[in-house]
Design a binder for this molecule. Structure first.
Ligand code: GLA
Length: 385
């Protein structure tokens, strides 16, 4: 990836103007998976991988975007209605521009040059980083005040729903917008209330393992899970009308009602109800620096995603079980939507080399895949550089 200054120079070379540079981070979710679109709780952090957007205004109403990491450019005219989806990264840029307009942001035409070191398609929310960096750039160029970050996050989510076709929750965009250095964010996805929790990890660290696997169908399976949860809520509400979302039930209340649901729907709902309880408990452990207890909940979360929600895959399971057998590992789980992508592991820093080498060896032997590893830390959300 280019440094900030080289990106600015490259922008000047292409467009003949000095740009402002904006950036937004990818994320890793520590716990609270597939709970966000169920009005539940999540505990992600923004990571030290970012998408940069160099930007300068144009005199017309076109948004001309080039990326240094992916081919193609987009130049929608904001005066004209949008085209159908293209199925490429351009949808995130155009979708964000149009969603900002729909939410009442003033934006003007702009030239954008994009660069990123958030791995694409790895489940680290490269798309939310792109939406937030683009949205912050466009809104900043047009106004003199710092744009409202929560509103930008909602615009990014709307772009996914309408232009990309993934009915995602708010987690990825929210943490890309509002992430904080050295803190994870406990987000209540119903009220959108945020509680930053200090990541005082001492001699431990957070290790990401990118399995480099991307299974087809992840978007349709995601939307299907969402639909199954909705079906579960509708059936449960017949017995308990106050239940508007799965977060309105504790695990024991759910157990008493589960027999009213078809088996598959009950499994999906059991995961979500349990995951909300685990996330709230994990946040308390993190706050009290009880890392072994926190890690144990991460591993339970993985088992539930694998067995009840069925969004894991053999490669993710191997990376998790490969980590869990080692001394110094507190917990490990898949992170993000699933069906490939990354795992996140909480472990003693002194164990990183040994654990990565052992997972690498196992994955090569079993799948012929060489995973990538990086230790990461919590960083700030979207900003002007
Ligand atoms: C994807 C979505 C998020 C969230 C996770 C699963 O990353 O974009 O909204 O639902 O999957 O927790």
């Amino acid at each position: 990836m280019l440094s900030r200054d080289t990106l600015s120079r490259e922008f000047e070379r292409r467009y003949g103007a000095k740009p402002r540079v904006f950036s937004a981070p990818g994320r890793v979710n520590l716990i609270g998976e597939h709970t966000d679109y169920n009005d539940g709780f999540v505990l992600p952090m923004a990571i030290d991988r970012r998408t940069f957007v160099a930007a300068a205004p144009r005199s017309d109403r076109r948004v001309v975007a080039h990326s240094l990491t992916a081919n193609g450019s987009v130049d929608p005219d904001l005066e004209l209605p949008g085209p159908p989806r293209r199925g490429t990264w351009l949808d995130y840029v155009e979708g964000t521009a149009r969603a900002l307009l729909e939410r009442g942001f003033t934006i003007r035409g702009a030239n954008l040059l994009i660069d990123s070191d958030v791995p694409i398609g790895a489940g680290l929310s490269a798309s939310a980083a792109l939406e937030l960096a683009t949205g912050y750039a466009l809104a900043s160029l047009a106004g003199d005040r710092a744009p409202d970050r929560a509103q930008l996050a909602l615009a990014g989510q709307a772009a996914e729903h309408r232009y990309v076709g993934t009915l995602c929750g708010i987690m990825d965009q929210y943490v890309a917008a509002l992430g904080q250095r050295e803190r994870a964010l406990l987000i209540d996805c119903r009220s959108l209330e945020l509680k930053p929790i200090a990541l005082e990890l001492g001699s431990s660290c957070i290790l990401v393992c990118d399995t480099k696997v991307k299974h087809e169908l992840s978007s349709s399976a995601y939307n299907e899970r969402r639909q199954q949860c909705r079906e579960g809520v509708a059936l449960l509400a017949k017995a308990v009308p106050e239940v508007q979302a799965l977060r309105d039930l504790t695990p024991s209340q759910f157990d008493a009602l589960a027999s009213r649901l078809p088996t598959l729907i009950a499994k999906r709902c059991r995961h979500v109800v349990g995951e909300n309880a685990r996330t709230l408990a994990a946040a308390r452990h993190l706050q009290a620096r009880r890392l072994p207890d926190f890690g144990a909940l991460m591993s339970l979360s993985h088992a539930s995603l694998r067995d009840d929600y069925e969004v894991s895959c053999p490669e993710l399971d191997e990376a998790v079980s490969g980590a869990l057998g080692h001394p110094g590992v507190y917990g490990s789980r898949m992170t993000g939507g699933g069906f490939g992508g990354c795992t996140v592991t909480l472990l003693e820093s002194s164990a990183v080399e040994r654990v990565s080498a052992s997972i690498r060896e196992r994955m090569i032997a079993k799948f012929g895949i060489e995973p990538a590893f990086f230790a990461t830390r919590a960083c700030d959300g979207v900003r002007e550089e």
